[in-house]
Design a protein around this ligand. Structure first.
Ligand code: ADP
Length: 462
């Protein structure tokens, strides 16, 4: 069975957050189980790949041609889809992102026409299940929600013009959302199966608190929704082989971790006293880092130090930069994406702070535990599915910064060495989640599955 992963990110070629880790590592785990999995990715600026030909596809009712590239990552084929719109400094954050990723979806749909299953990820690829449905629904589609907060909404007129879809796809049971077309909604409505990245998030998004306005729709499609916990690439995230670390270590011998802790303190200008709390995160409202800023003075009074690696909202970056200047020797901030420093923080910090308002799965807590660094995290989504409170880390309830501070105080009273070792012994590999995905694909390939409660449209169903 050939499965085509269609996504806007894939590690190591293009990464902003956890989406890249998942798309970059799950296909490899699937190939180990005997599936043929490949990845379809925009050919962003700077990606080195072999030009293998051109592709013709339809966009806005016109035939267009784009370049096809090929790269291999650990035995998995990555197909790159080239268009001038992808040749920009950043992956996202442009006013025409919806047009860019609708074009990408059209290209990927065309390029992956031979695959048995199209596995589309997040709103960027949400058009793919819709196109498959409009073409008769023969190709089976899976849509994975990595983060419901980003939905890819656009005005209906241009959506219809660019996609070439008939107008009935914009009815309320289709892509229409508060007067716009929503690509996230397209994926949810038209895919044969919808998955999200943890069992808790699969339940949470059925409620108004976490459903981002789509909870009613998700309830309606609950019969095809499943939460499958993400794994991490345990051979890449491995403190016993990690080339980014000054010393390597395992649960059997933590002396290398002691060296990593000392090295991080030297690098950040900290002395060797007190507990170092780490942050590796996108700096956006979801991640709750404003609360870390709020509790900074009491945190420092407790003798803690803070090292933050992150990029995102300019106001948050500025606040952390100012804190780093004001509290030199106690607070260290580095902005931007820095793979090597992220590894050194996972290994060298004493705990990782994750005060997320919501967290579909979260990978940083799993990476931290694998590196013997207990996470202190809010009990939401995948955080509560992966952290054992008081055993491998600290989970807390309540959305106030005082709750975070109390959790840190509790961490300071716990047996940190025992937590480090317990975390390192957890199994966060893709082995089991990959089996769950193969079960989803298997259901689709062996049964004549259609969309139950299918929207009222002339698209054929099986
Ligand atoms: P999200 O996908 O919401 O950003 P996750 O916890 O699922 O959060 O995944 C975050 C991934 O991005 C992890 O691999 C983490 O190490 C990485 N990451 C986040 N910020 C940075 C950064 N500034 N530099 C390097 N890696 C980062």
């Amino acid at each position: 069975m050939r499965v085509a992963f269609i996504a806007a990110e894939a590690f190591p070629l293009a990464k902003v957050g956890g989406l890249a880790d998942v798309v970059g590592s799950l296909p490899l785990a699937l190939t180990k189980l005997g599936l043929e999995a490949e990845i379809y990715l925009p050919w962003y600026q700077g990606i080195e790949a072999k030009h293998i030909g051109d592709i013709e596809y339809l966009f806005a009712g016109q035939p267009e041609a784009g370049a096809l590239g090929e790269a291999w990552h650990r035995g998995v084929r990555v197909v790159l889809l080239g268009h001038p719109d992808f040749q920009r400094e950043r992956l996202y954050g442009y006013p025409d992102d919806v047009a860019r990723f609708m074009r990408f979806s059209c290209m990927a749909y065309q390029a992956a026409s031979g695959a048995g299953i199209l596995h589309a990820h997040d709103w960027h690829a949400g058009l793919v299940p819709v196109l498959a449905h409009a073409a008769g629904g023969r190709q089976k589609t899976v849509f994975t929600i990595h983060n419901l907060a980003y939905q890819g909404r656009w005005n209906p007129g241009e959506f219809l013009a660019w996609s070439g879809l008939p107008a009935h796809y914009l009815q309320l049971e289709g892509l229409e959302y508060r007067g716009d077309a929503s690509l996230m909604k397209g994926g949810i409505v038209y895919a044969h199966r919808v998955t999200t990245v943890s069992p808790s998030y699969a339940r949470e998004i059925l409620t108004p608190e976490f459903g981002e306005g789509l909870e009613g729709l998700l309830q309606k499609h609950q019969h095809k929704l499943r939460g499958i916990l993400n794994g991490i690439d345990t051979s890449y995230w491995d403190p016993s082989t990690d080339p980014h670390l000054p010393s390597r270590y395992s649960a059997n011998d933590l002396s290398g971790k002691t060296a990593c802790r000392a090295a991080l303190r030297t690098e950040t200008g900290f002395n060797q006293e007190g507990v170092v709390l780490g942050v590796v995160s996108r700096l956006v409202e979801q991640k709750g880092m404003d609360q870390v800023l709020e509790i900074l003075p009491p945190l420092l009074r407790l003798g803690c130090k803070l090292v933050v690696l992150g990029s995102g909202e300019p106001a948050l970056e500025d606040s952390f930069r100012l804190a780093g200047e004001k509290y030199q020797g106690q607070v260290f901030f580095r902005s931007g994406h820095n793979e090597a420093l992220a590894h050194r923080i996972y290994a060298g910090a004493d705990a990782l702070l994750i005060p997320s308002r919501f967290e579909p799965c979260g990978l940083t807590q799993m990476i931290a535990m694998r590196y013997g660094t207990p996470p202190i995290a809010r009990a939401v989504g995948g955080l509560k599915d992966t952290i054992r409170d008081g055993v491998t880390g600290v989970l807390y309830s309540g959305g106030q910064s005082a709750n975070l501070l109390a959790a840190i105080e509790r961490f300071l009273r716990l047996d940190q060495q025992a937590m480090r070792l317990a975390g390192m012994r957890e199994n966060f590999s893709w082995e089991y989640p990959a089996l769950e995905y193969t079960a989803v694909y298997g259901e689709l390939s062996t049964s004549r599955v259609g969309l139950t409660e299918e929207p009222n449209s002339p698209g054929q169903r099986e």
